[in-house]
Ligand binder design. Sequence first.
Ligand code: DQA
Length: 147
Amino acid sequence: SLVYVLNGPNLNLLGKRQPEIYGSETLDDVEADCRKVAAEHGISIRFHQSNREYEIIDWIHEARESAAGIVINPAAFTHTSVAILDALNTFDAPIIEVHISNIHKREAFRHHSYVSGVASGVIAGFGTQGYQLAIQRLAFLIKKAAA
Ligand code: DQA
């Protein structure tokens, strides 16, 4: 099966950006970790990052055609984007929302997520490990759906 891993704005700077909050791993490291865990479960992944809302929406539309699940860290769009929520609502397979930091421990404007209402699960505050946990969970859900 195929899983999309989608990352929102500023995550291209992961490792350099506020490392006290987001850690020192880069997005390339995260991608390598994701591919490793996915391979262990016979899953292939498409891994993307964009600072542009429409590109994330287009990848969600692409995922509709082929993907068995989506892992998404919408970054700041989490708190602003009805358009990403609407796109995710057109996707029929499981969605896992990931945040590297614990958004509930931070500023009040980060406490609300438009995406959580369509996610089958949410991971926050597990650092970049959250992505690997999300893929493990999707692997489980994909197997369960096939059984
Ligand atoms: C984030 C949390 C968001 O509030 C923030 O805008 C980000 C990253 C996280 O992974 O912790 O860019 O999604």
